[in-house]
Design a protein around this ligand. Structure first.
Ligand SMILES: *[C@@H]1O[C@H](CO)[C@@H](O)[C@H](O)[C@H]1NC(C)=O
Ligand SMILES: *[C@@H]1O[C@H](CO)[C@@H](O)[C@H](O)[C@H]1NC(C)=O
Ligand SMILES: *[C@@H]1O[C@H](CO)[C@@H](O)[C@H](O)[C@H]1NC(C)=O
Length: 268
């Protein structure tokens, strides 16, 4: 028997096993938000600290130096003088009324972030604003899921993969990410985000208005175009999403109780 035939025969039982598992009996509009795989824990695979100062404080070895050749990476000159802002994220409804806080605890059902009514449990972030360029927010070391120190979003769906189109229902789940992804198109990898989805992850997402305290979101498309994103809360799944067009999203997902919110930083 030829080796290749043998290999095929060896794998046949697995192949048929895969094929006989019937798809979930959910409507098309519901399948989208179910995670493909249960979240995996990457304990100790990634650094438990995100800056050398933090590693030092925790008695951990310094971070491995990163390659200097990555696109859009901050030059030493830019990062040295940057001011760090710290605070918790409050949630306002579209009338501007505070309705809660972004939870600092990742929901282990999906690996995304939802809402909490308690300021003590609110998500605590730090970041260095860079004018109108979106930056990466770092999650406080006491709250972040192990190995995922950064706030990010992973693409969920839309008519053009990894893109936010102005007239479709494109959306991304707010989650925790293991690495800083510079301003640019999403990076597809199931292991870079706590949602365990390989649909495309970004972390350079947020700009901050220090006068109002408001946090605005920007998604970067595959052609590097920056798209202003709307932040919504989805009641059915108890998760925040970034989306491109609320009426198109509502039309696609009419039964999720979703509504538009504003995120506001309460400096700490
Ligand atoms: C915002 O919340 C307040 C207080 O609960 C409520 O009175 C108001 O109707 C809400 N606005 C919207 C647009 O839901
Ligand atoms: C949102 O999408 C709809 C089509 O679904 C379109 O008619 C509308 O103009 C879009 N809104 C914006 C602000 O682009
Ligand atoms: C976590 O997600 C599940 C499923 O959507 C939801 O039922 C639950 O309320 C969420 N938990 C929290 C703390 O938000």
């Amino acid at each position: 028997m030829r080796i290749s035939t043998l290999i095929v025969l060896l794998f046949l039982p697995f192949l048929s096993l895969c094929l006989c598992v019937s798809p979930l009996s959910l409507s098309d509009t519901e399948i989208w938000s179910l995670p493909l795989k249960p979240p995996k824990h990457h304990r100790n695979k990634y650094p438990l600290c995100s800056t050398n100062a933090e590693c030092f404080k925790k008695g951990l070895p310094p971070l491995k130096p990163r390659s200097k050749t990555k696109r859009h990476e901050l030059k030493a000159r830019q990062s040295a003088s940057a001011t760090t802002v710290n605070g918790i994220i409050q949630v306002l409804n579209s009338s501007g009324t505070p309705i809660g806080y972004v939870s600092g605890t990742v929901n282990s059902t999906y690996g995304g972030y939802g809402m909490t009514s308690s300021a003590a449990n609110a998500m605590s972030v730090s970041f260095s604003p860079n004018g109108n360029s979106p930056v990466t927010y770092t999650l406080s070391s006491s709250q972040r899921p192990s190995g995922f120190p950064y706030l990010g979003a992973v693409y969920g769906g839309g008519t053009s993969a990894m893109n936010f189109a102005s007239t479709d229902y494109s959306y991304a789940f707010v989650t925790a990410v293991n690495t800083v992804i510079p301003v640019g198109p999403a990076v597809a990898s199931a292991s870079n985000n706590r949602f365990n989805s390989a649909k495309g992850t970004e972390t350079s997402l947020f700009t901050y208005n220090s006068a109002s305290g408001n946090i605005a979101a920007t998604w970067t498309n595959t052609n590097s175009a920056a798209v202003s994103a709307t932040i919504i809360y989805d009641v059915k799944f108890a998760l925040f999403y970034l989306i491109s067009n609320f009426s198109a999203f509502q039309k696609q997902f009419p039964n999720e109780g979703e509504y538009v919110v504003t995120w506001k930083l309460i400096p700490q």
